[in-house]
Design a binder for this molecule. Structure first.
Ligand SMILES: NC(=O)c1ccc[n+]([C@@H]2O[C@H](COP(=O)([O-])OP(=O)(O)OC[C@H]3O[C@@H](n4cnc5c(N)ncnc54)[C@H](OP(=O)(O)O)[C@@H]3O)[C@@H](O)[C@H]2O)c1
Length: 295
């Protein structure tokens, strides 16, 4: 990897994805300050040399680049509102959360008005690629802002899959396109398993055959959960997938019937108690728990 000049980075949001992403920043020798709404998540990062800030303003006051990796639009709006008041002008914000293009546009505009650059850079891939530094990165922003962001994006992204897709919002648009396919595919696996059950097809045999078909990646990556019916440990939570399917529906000009059905299934699975489980619980709920009459 090419030598990257040390930068003062503030990383906000140390959830399943944010913590391992921030660790790459520390290991690369940058001056890292971290903050998480719920304290106590920074122990490993402090051991890597990071400073844990008590609040957002304290985290960003000296930062050249601020990275946010938060749940979704409400959290990012709330936190970036505080960032805009505290970060030095001339800084850059990289938001890697999944928020959709309309929110990214709003955030970019509000930050630009304060003299702060903005790149939306949501990621493709889950916790293990975040740990390995092999995520896909889908970025939107001006050429200058992207040039500043890219060396950091490459710390958690696979360099061959770090893509500058266009102006602010372009990365967030692509991310919704990608996550729509994940949600709809998981709903499809659930219905296939439900039909298998109705027809007396052995579940293990059905999963073996599906694993070799067009939904093979979906089945393969979640096979242990689909076999056991236990949708933990969570990688990408059902709560997050529910947010993303709703964002995709909101962003579309017309109806997306399959996405709407997948969202309804996600909400049913949430009502059945699976919100904090892995999003593979969509397939489990439809396939094994019966009711998915909204599909
Ligand atoms: N997990 C994946 O596989 C995956 C893959 C690609 C993209 N993503 C996207 O990456 C983002 C983070 O995902 P994740 O899996 O890391 O989520 P997560 O583990 O649920 O973490 C969410 C983070 O957001 C913080 N947060 C939530 N509401 C907040 C608020 N109002 N103010 C401040 N902080 C708030 C949480 O803080 P607390 O600790 O205080 O709750 C936590 O740090 C999401 O946008 C998700 O869609 C996730």
């Amino acid at each position: 990897m090419a030598e990257v000049a040390a930068v003062r980075v503030a990383f906000l949001g140390l959830g399943r994805m944010g913590a391992p992403m921030a660790a790459h920043v520390a290991r690369a020798g940058h001056e890292l300050t971290v903050w998480n709404r719920t304290p106590g998540r920074a122990t490993d990062l402090v051991a890597l040399g990071a400073r844990e800030a008590a609040n957002v303003a304290d985290a960003v006051r000296d930062a050249e680049v601020v990275v946010t990796m938060l749940f979704g639009p409400d959290a990012v709006r709330e936190v970036l509102g505080q960032v805009a008041e505290a970060v030095p002008a001339g800084g850059l914000v990289i938001d890697s959360s999944t928020v959709g293009p309309a929110v990214a546009h709003d955030l970019g505009k509000a930050l630009r008005a304060k003299g702060i650059g903005f790149v939306d850079a949501p990621v493709a891939g889950s916790v293990q690629p975040a740990i390995d530094g092999t995520l896909g990165v889908l970025a939107g922003g001006s050429a200058d802002d992207y040039a500043t962001a890219e060396p950091l994006l490459r710390l958690w992204g696979d360099p061959a899959r770090v893509r500058h897709l266009g102006p602010v919002g372009a990365g967030s648009a692509m991310k919704l396109v990608v996550n729509l396919t994940l949600g709809v595919a998981m709903g499809g696996v659930g219905e296939a398993l439900r039909l298998a059950g109705d027809l007396g097809v052995d579940r293990t045999a059905a999963l073996d055959v599906l694993a070799a078909g067009p939904l093979g990646t979906t089945v393969g990556t979640k096979r242990a959960m689909l076999d056991s019916g236990d949708f933990t440990p969570t990688g990408f939570s059902l709560d997050l997938m529910t947010k993303d399917l709703a964002l995709a529906l909101d962003a579309a000009d017309g109806d997306l019937a399959l996405t709407r059905a997948a969202l309804a299934a996600a909400r049913e699975a949430t009502a059945a108690g699976h919100g904090s489980d892995d999003y593979a619980a969509i397939a489990g709920h439809i396939g094994y728990e019966g009711s998915a009459d909204s599909i």
